[in-house]
Design a protein around this ligand. Structure first.
Ligand code: NDP
Length: 277
């Protein structure tokens, strides 16, 4: 894969913009405006979820843009209590209704919830949604290798993506290696480490920024893209929405990539997937 590509091809043949805008914790009363501004900047990929309670605002902003629906890539995620054979399809219908769209580009199981053990039957329902074309692609989120192995052994469809916490301090090498070997695209959430530790102040990041005339956030986003990740940083700041999109006009050197690789410290900022049930 060319690291400078702006798009990736998923294992089902669909195309996804490698860079998007994540709307976790963007308040519903600001979200529509935020997405409209992001569309003006050039974003066409939006990552929402049922639990974010802003699917309706994302959908309204897309419709208000006047740009054809097929030029957008919209992801949503099934919230945990809705897992199960009887409840998943209804929750999916609710997402489509909230988004005001006939299909989502990607629908994910948000967390595996291994103790509840419903993800296999939930996946069967998602396979049906994909067969109907109402979810163009289907995938999972927060799945570790044992969860993926079980899903692959049971299901007919290999997930198109696994969306996991991934940033220089928490690179999840075993999960990413498994995904790569099974053609599952890796989506990196919390790509900037959620600001939970001073990733953007790390000398390796700051120095690479100085070398290219780029900000630390642009360097980290670029690191993800060169690693092959799909990425959608969140910001409530319009200037940063623009800043985070200006990452296709430079390339980190091998040495700069390695210096950022070396920031790994097992620094998870979100929940361990086995702990969410
Ligand atoms: P991010 O790593 O994207 O970090 C967001 C933080 O970084 C915010 O505090 C933001 O502040 C700050 N920030 C953004 N851009 C810049 C910049 N250019 N310079 C300095 N600071 C910046 O964390 P998220 O958790 O939001 O992850 C991104 C997306 O991933 C989410 O929106 C969601 O779509 C998805 N996600 C999925 C999860 C899952 O379980 N599947 C879990 C968590 C996230 P400010 O807003 O003030 O700019």
């Amino acid at each position: 894969m060319n690291a400078l590509d702006t798009h990736r091809t998923l294992n089902d043949g669909h195309t996804i913009p490698a860079l998007g805008y994540g709307v976790f914790k963007i308040a519903p009363d600001y979200c529509e405006r935020a997405v409209r501004e992001a569309i003006d900047v050039g974003y066409r990929h939006f990552d929402t979820a049922q639990i974010y309670e802003n699917e309706a605002e994302v959908g309204r902003a897309i419709r208000a843009s006047g740009i054809p629906r097929e030029e957008f890539f919209v992801t949503s995620k099934l919230w945990n209590p809705h897992q199960g054979r009887e409840t998943t399809a209804k929750a999916f219908d609710d997402s489509l209704r909230a988004l005001g769209t006939e299909y989502v580009d990607l629908f994910l199981i948000h967390w595996p919830m291994p103790k509840r053990d419903l993800y296999l039957e939930t996946w069967e329902v998602l396979q049906g949604l994909a067969a109907e074309g109402r979810a163009r692609s289907i995938g999972v989120s927060n799945f570790l290798v044992p969860h993926l192995e079980r899903l692959l052994a049971h299901g007919d469809v290999v997930p198109a993506v696994n969306q996991i916490e991934l940033h220089p301090a928490h690179q999840q090498p075993s999960v990413t290696a498994f995904c790569t070997s099974h053609a599952i695209a890796v989506e990196a959430y919390a790509p900037l480490g959620q600001g939970a530790y001073p990733l953007l102040e790390e000398p390796a990041v700051v120095e690479a920024g100085h070398a290219h005339g780029k900000t630390p956030a642009q360097v980290v986003i670029r690191w993800h893209l060169q690693r092959g990740h799909i990425v959608f940083p969140k910001t409530s700041n319009p200037a940063r929405v623009r800043e985070n999109f200006q990452v296709f006009d430079f390339a980190l050197s091998t040495e700069q990539m390695r210096a950022i690789d070396a920031l790994e410290r097992g620094g998870r900022v979100s929940h361990h997937p086995d702990d969410i049930n």
